[in-house]
Ligand binder design. Structure first.
Ligand SMILES: NC(=O)c1ccc[n+]([C@@H]2O[C@H](COP(=O)([O-])OP(=O)(O)OC[C@H]3O[C@@H](n4cnc5c(N)ncnc54)[C@H](O)[C@@H]3O)[C@@H](O)[C@H]2O)c1
Length: 95
């Protein structure tokens, strides 16, 4: 039995945590993930970030900056000139 309160309003909400791979940030990432929020975090410690992604079940995989950069390059290029008013989620999927 979980002793943690459940806040339905957090389910599916987008959350961004800086310094989220360890310490307080990691606890925040894990807590929001348990609420069903879509959590993204940034950190300079790749090893800790990878370990957290594996530990927190709802995070499917780690996203690297190049993946976001590729989308930005596409949106900045002529190839995307026909696209307007769209939002793109680069989160690697979540469970
Ligand atoms: N632990 C406490 O009791 C406490 C109390 C009050 C305030 N704070 C403050 O809260 C913050 C977090 O504390 P903590 O104990 O979790 O620290 P921590 O060192 O365990 O975690 C900090 C995280 O931030 C990451 N980080 C550092 N520089 C970064 C950068 N430029 N970009 C992205 N990520 C970066 C680190 O890799 C690490 O994962 C710190 O600023 C700390 O001073 C901590």
């Amino acid at each position: 039995m979980s002793l943690m309160a459940v806040y339905p309003s957090l389910k599916g909400r987008a959350v961004v945590v800086t310094g989220g791979a360890s310490g307080i940030g990691a606890a925040i990432v894990a807590a929001f993930a348990r609420q069903g929020s879509r959590v993204a975090f940034v950190d300079i410690d790749d090893e800790a970030a990878d370990a957290l992604v594996k530990r927190v079940g709802s995070l499917k995989r780690m996203i690297v900056p190049e993946e976001v950069a590729r989308l930005v390059m596409f949106l900045a290029a002529d190839d995307s000139s026909g696209i307007t008013s769209q939002s793109y989620v680069v989160d690697g999927g979540w469970v």
